[in-house]
Structure formats: structure tokens, C-alpha cells
Write a protein that binds this ligand. Structure first.
Ligand SMILES: [Zn+2]
Length: 473
């Protein structure tokens, strides 16, 4: 975590500690002079020094934090909370009820993956006589962190600390995701801060659109896709239907590496729509991921949070009832049984970027087949097998095997869970009078593009938030 000021900030301020000039490690320290809260406490992910940053000394006094407020369950926003609790934080962690449900799945998976990675790393460290690593946090730390959660409903005001009022509004990004509005009292008066969190893509299925808000003095706005718009839902669905038809004609399987929370449930709903329109020729759709199955059940338990149209379509049915071709593969045996199917199935498995999980086994059995199709429906980070495939690799090294790539590779851009450039601009331009705008959660190219677009299209002056640099309230 980048060094924030070690002394108390002299003026009431928000200090970004991550997700400034990058899209992971969301964390903002809010110091009002009489109270201190952490807005978000996320993992750094993807970059080479991410692990070191996740293990770095806290740049603030843990005992001085009154509360933690989380916008949603994605690990880059929430994943360091178990470490915070292990290191001594004993206060409340506020999130929506659906976020609390998902956090149980996300944190356990994070602890499990971390324990596995450390075990692997320690194998060679032991041989090399190097000091052994300990996991970032354990299952016990996750249990302790879950006990700190305090669920709050959307649109229900709460007071996380003295002089701070807060309210969650639906952000439409993943289940339970929230825009966080904060009314902050400090020595110089009162400041209404609105933090967009990760703002949803209003064109995706299941969830509601991001809540439009009008009032803010200071707006912290995400900018992940500040430099582009996504393809629309009609085109995305048509592209998916085209792949399903091509795979049916060639007799191969369709493999979809999917992110367990959000993307998977949207895919299942979309496949159900295509089935109704006679555009799903495959008789079997396998969801081969225990985590994605657990997340799907959490979505189903919270169906009251879906948008009106899709809730009416579902009419109380589970996603499995909505998509009768759907089969859940929970055990390794059920997963291995899919390997015997040479064609005619849709196989959805994690991980989303193919750097772990069961999708790798399905690649081993399918990538070399000319009749197979692979559909990517999410961002593929540099250095991952998914990125290699998207970039046109002809061979892939996976699970100790060298696999020829003959399958057709497709990328669908329309499933993004983030608002595109025009959606961000439209949402931000509703605030009256104009707030001070600081851009966070975006790489610099995307932030700069959004900055220029906001000025041109909405007359909004935005600035780029920098890690460790206090923003006065
Ligand atoms: Zn997110």
C-alpha cells in the first residue's frame, strides 16, 4: 500500500491509498478530524508487485479506524479486510446484505487460493534454504472478518462513525453493489461525498441500472472504461448465438471461461433467453465451478434485487429452471465426466482468465479440436493463458502439457459489468450544482480520456486522484 501521511492529516480529507491510476487495491482513508473510516479495503491484483503491496505495512494507525465501509464484494474492493482484522481491527464492516452473502464466498476462495499458492512457493523455498512464506490470511481470519460484517439495506441511512452519515444506493455492477453517499461533518462545515463504487453497465441483464443521484459536493468517480463504450446487448446476443450455431454445425463444444460472480449469472440468463428464441441448439450447458454455483444460488436468493423486466421473465424460477439445459458440476468426478463429451455441449468454467480452475482441463480436451469454440466475455490481463489465446497463440502450455490451438477463439465485449464512457458521463452529469470530481479506479489513459470527455460533453472539470495525496473535504 503506498505511503499515506503517517501524521494525522491537518485538514479533513480523503486520501486514496490504492486504485488511483490503476484498477485494483481500492482503499480511501477518510479523516474528518474527529473520526476516521476506511472506504474500501481491496486487494492489489495482477501486477508483479501485487503480493508485496498486499503484505506491506499499513500506512495508517489501525487502532484509529472507527469503521470500514465496502461498496461491493469484488476482492479488489474488499479482499484485504481479513488481513485488517487479523492485524487487530475490531470495528464494524458495513456492506449491503447481498454483499455480505457474497463476501463469504469471495473471502473463503481468496484464502484458499492464497494458501495453495504459498504452499507451492514454499516447496522451492524449502529446497533453496529460503525463509518460508505465510499466507496473506487464513480461513480463521476469514471467519473473524465475516463476524465483523454489519449488513445495511439500500437507501437506508446509517452512521458508521461520529459525524458521518452514510447511505448505499444500487450501483448495478454485481449483486449487492453500491454507490456510497457520505455526509461528513468536519471543522470547516459539511461535505457530501458520493463515491460511485464500480458503476454497472446499464445494458446488461438481471441487475438494475445504477441509481441516478443529483447531490454531491465531491464526487469520486470510477473510470475503468473511461476511454470506450461497450457493444450493445442486441449485438452481443447475436454474436453469442452465431458462435452457438457455428459450434452446432461443426459438432464441437463451446467453452466459456467465466468469472464466478456476475458474468456467469448474466450468461445463464442470456442462454435461457436464446433457448426461448430457438437459438440454443446445444442440449447441455454445464456450469463447472463450485464457486460459480454458490454465487448463482446467492443471486437466486436475492432475486428481489433484479431489474423489473428480468424478474418478471423469471417469474420466481431459479436460473436452473429458467435454463433447463443447465447442469451443475460440483464434484471433481462430475467435472471429469464432461471430458468424455466431444461435442454438443456448452461448458462454463472458471477461472475467467484461465490461470486457474477447471477451464484448464477442458482446454486440454478441446483446444486441439478444430470443431471446438472458445468464447471470452471478460477482460484478459497480460500474462494470463486467456490473453495468449485472445492474442492468437497457436500453442498453449497448460497443466504441464503443450497443447495445439485449433479451436476458434471469440471475444464478446458486451458482457462488461462496468459502465462505458458515455454511461459514466451521463451518470456524472446529473449532479446539480456541479460537484468537484476526482477520477479513481482507472488506468491513466482511461482517466485522461474520461477527463477530456467530461469537460467537452458535460462541462465537468475532473481531476485525477493520486495515491497518498490527500483530497480536502
Ligand atoms: Zn467490481
Amino acid at each position: 500500500m503506498p505511503a499515506a501521511r503517517k501524521r494525522r492529516t491537518p485538514d479533513p480529507a480523503i486520501t486514496p491509498l490504492g486504485a488511483a491510476g490503476e484498477v485494483t487495491g481500492s482503499c480511501y482513508l477518510i479523516d474528518t478530524g474527529q473520526a476516521r473510516i476506511l472506504l474500501e479495503c481491496g486487494l492489489f491484483q495482477g501486477s508483479r508487485n501485487a503480493d508485496a503491496r498486499n503484505r506491506a505495512r499499513w500506512s495508517f494507525d489501525l487502532a484509529g479506524i472507527d469503521a470500514v465501509v465496502l461498496s461491493h464484494a469484488h476482492l479488489d474492493h474488499s479482499g484485504l479486510v481479513p488481513r485488517l482484522v487479523r492485524d487487530g481491527y475490531g470495528g464494524p464492516v458495513y456492506a449491503t446484505a447481498a454483499t455480505c452473502d457474497l463476501l463469504s464466498i469471495m473471502w473463503q476462495d481468496s484464502a484458499h487460493l492464497n494458501e495453495r499458492d504459498v504452499e507451492w512457493e514454499n516447496k522451492w523455498r524449502r529446497r533453496a534454504g529460503k525463509p518460508l512464506l505465510t499466507p496473506l490470511y487464513s480461513m480463521d481470519d476469514v471467519r473473524a472478518a465475516l463476524a465483523r460484517l454489519l449488513p445495511v439495506d439500500y437507501d437506508a441511512p446509517f452512521a458508521p462513525a461520529r459525524g458521518i452519515g452514510a447511505c448505499f444506493h444500487d450501483a448495478g455492477h454485481i449483486l449487492g453493489s453500491a454507490i456510497v453517499a457520505l455526509d461528513i461533518e468536519h471543522a470547516r462545515g459539511r461535505t457530501r461525498v458520493v463515491f460511485s463504487g464500480d458503476l454497472g453497465n446499464s445494458e446488461t441483464v438481471l441487475l438494475r441500472d445504477p441509481t441516478p443521484l443529483q447531490q454531491a459536493d465531491l464526487l469520486l468517480l470510477e473510470s475503468t472504461y473511461g476511454d470506450r463504450n461497450h457493444r450493445g446487448p442486441v449485438q452481443t446476443r447475436a454474436e453469442l448465438a452465431g458462435v452457438l450455431a457455428a459450434a452446432h454445425a461443426s459438432g464441437g463444444n463451446v467453452l466459456i471461461p467465466a468469472f464466478a460472480v456476475g458474468r456467469t449469472q448474466e450468461l445463464l440468463y442470456t442462454l435461457g433467453q436464446l433457448e426461448r428464441e430457438g437459438l440454443l441448439p446445444q442440449a447441455q450447458v454445464f456450469l463447472d465451478s463450485p464457486m460459480a454455483i454458490a454465487a448463482t444460488r446467492t443471486y437466486e436468493r436475492n432475486a428481489d434485487l433484479f431489474n423489473h423486466h428480468d424478474r418478471e421473465q423469471l417469474a420466481g424460477r431459479s436460473l436452473a429452471a429458467w435454463l433447463p439445459a443447465l447442469r451443475y458440476s460440483e464434484t471433481p468426478e462430475e467435472s471429469m465426466a464432461i471430458n468424455r463429451i466431444g461435442g454438443g455441449a456448452v461448458i462454463i468454467a472458471g477461472s475467467g482468465m484461465c490461470n486457474g480452475g477447471r477451464i484448464r482441463h477442458h482446454f486440454k480436451y478441446n483446444l486441439w479440436r478444430r470443431e471446438a469454440h472458445v468464447v471470452f466475455c471478460g477482460f484478459q490481463a497480460a500474462g494470463t493463458p486467456g490473453r495468449e489465446l485472445v492474442d492468437g497463440a497457436r500453442r498453449l502450455r497448460l497443466l504441464g502439457a503443450d497443447i495445439a490451438v485449433h479451436a476458434s477463439i471469440h471475444t464478446l465485449g458486451g458482457f462488461s459489468a462496468h459502465a462505458g464512457r458515455d454511461q459514466l458521463t451521463d451518470w456524472a452529469s446529473r449532479f446539480q450544482p456541479r460537484p468537484r470530481v476526482w477520477l479513481v479506479h482507472g488506468e491513466d489513459a482511461a482517466r485522461e480520456a474520461l477527463c477530456a470527455h467530461l469537460r467537452r460533453e458535460a462541462g465537468l472539470t475532473a481531476r485525477l486522484a493520486m495515491a497518498g495525496e490527500a483530497i480536502a473535504l
